[in-house]
Unconditional design. Structure first.
Length: 398
């Protein structure tokens, strides 16, 4: 018989909070989530990785004595599966008349042939469930979630504060009997950039088979700019096909922003006009695939978009240009991109209002949004719009 020792246990599971009192940070968000669960309103929790989205659902389920049914990213989540699991379960009463939470984790990751039709089917089932339906996402404003998002209460989880990460790590290492220096632990907490799960995993990795934590040199900084610069160097300087093809996978930057970085820095690297033409031609084709993906909702095409942006650009040149190239942050196009991202929340609220008034989002922003803003600032909240606390606070700040 093999005994499972402390070393074998995953700390993120071993120290997963059992009740909401154990949830680190995001206390107001957990309270909002509890309210929506009790009211059986479909809820979309969103925020960066490692902020307690899934853990909060499980803690609330235990606290409320609810059963929980989870459909996560490892499961097939196409139309038929959603109907089979969620459609039937959402209409059935729970065992022993307990409440039930149906949890769909990483809903923004539903894509490809395996998950085809899952989101649209789920959207159509939202009004039929007799139980609380909770979904999690890193990016709630992905275009494929537009219709679903309109019908959900939104709860945004924020990155965990450095001091909270530090105290959590301190408590875990104390219980594990591992020696450490506070300054080293604080450095590890800062490197996590608000991702508590990553910090705990790093601490376990660094102390595997040891009884002390003396340095964290082997932990990579989770820094967006550093990562994208590494990806650019790989695409522009390397000739290794597989390395280039996978260069964008580990960045903390989505493909849209990677596209802008490539567009900005291509002229700095490619000096031959013909090579520059071929590289921009590859980027142009990648942009066409992006439009097809959004129009047809066929996310399998992401493979071709990624290939054009990486190997397509890299092998547009005949050889490498020697020397160091000082890559720069993309300028005007990134400003447009950032402004669009800032307006996504406003557009999402306008979609809700437009859906109720039977007008387009554009017309709503032009004609009705200012009236809604005035009402909300006077604490007159139209209940028909099902605005979340996050959305109400956003409107008040406009």
């Amino acid at each position: 018989m093999v005994l499972l020792t402390k070393v074998n246990l995953n700390w993120t599971e071993k120290y997963r909070p059992k009740t909401t009192n154990g949830i680190i940070g995001n206390k107001e968000q957990v309270a909002s989530l509890k309210k929506f669960i009790l009211e059986k309103k479909p809820t979309l929790i969103h925020g960066p990785a490692g902020t307690g989205k899934t853990s909060s659902v499980y803690a609330l389920a235990k606290e409320l004595d609810y059963e929980i049914l989870e459909l996560n990213a490892s499961d097939q989540r196409n139309k038929d599966k959603v109907i089979e699991i969620i459609g039937s379960s959402s209409k059935q009463m729970s065992l022993f008349n307990k409440g039930k939470i149906i949890l769909i984790d990483e809903i923004d990751g539903m894509a490809g042939n395996e998950d085809r039709g899952g989101i649209s089917t789920l959207t159509s089932l939202l009004g039929e469930t007799k139980h609380a339906l909770v979904m999690t996402a890193n990016d709630p404003y992905a275009q494929k979630l537009n219709e679903l998002r309109k019908k959900c209460c939104l709860v945004e989880f924020n990155p965990i504060k450095v001091d909270e990460v530090f105290l959590t790590l301190k408590g875990i290492l104390d219980r594990e009997g591992i020696l450490y220096y506070d300054d080293i632990l604080k450095k590890l907490a800062r490197k996590a950039n608000g991702d508590l799960r990553a910090a705990i995993n790093d601490a376990q990795t660094l102390t595997q088979g040891k009884k002390e934590l003396l340095d964290i040199d082997s932990v990579e900084e989770r820094e967006k700019a550093e990562t994208i610069f590494n990806a650019l160097r790989t695409i522009f300087k390397s000739r290794d096909y597989n390395l280039i093809l996978n260069s964008l996978e580990n960045t903390n930057v989505d493909l849209d922003e990677c596209f802008l970085w490539l567009d900005e820095n291509l002229p700095l690297e490619y000096k031959n006009p013909l090579e520059l033409f071929k590289a921009y031609e590859a980027l142009s084709k990648a942009d066409i695939y992006k439009k097809r993906i959004f129009r047809e909702q066929y996310y399998r095409l992401l493979i071709y978009r990624n290939a054009l942006m990486t190997t397509g650009v890299a092998f547009a040149k005949n050889g490498n240009y020697p020397g160091f190239t000082p890559y720069r942050r993309t300028g005007r196009l990134l400003k447009i991109y950032i402004n669009n991202m800032k307006n996504l929340k406003k557009k999402a609220i306008a979609e809700k209002l437009g859906n109720y008034t039977h007008t387009s989002t554009k017309k709503t922003l032009q004609n009705s949004f200012d009236l809604l803003k005035l009402l909300v600032k006077k604490n007159i909240i139209p209940s028909e719009l099902n605005l979340s606390e996050e959305e109400i606070e956003y409107i008040k700040k406009l």
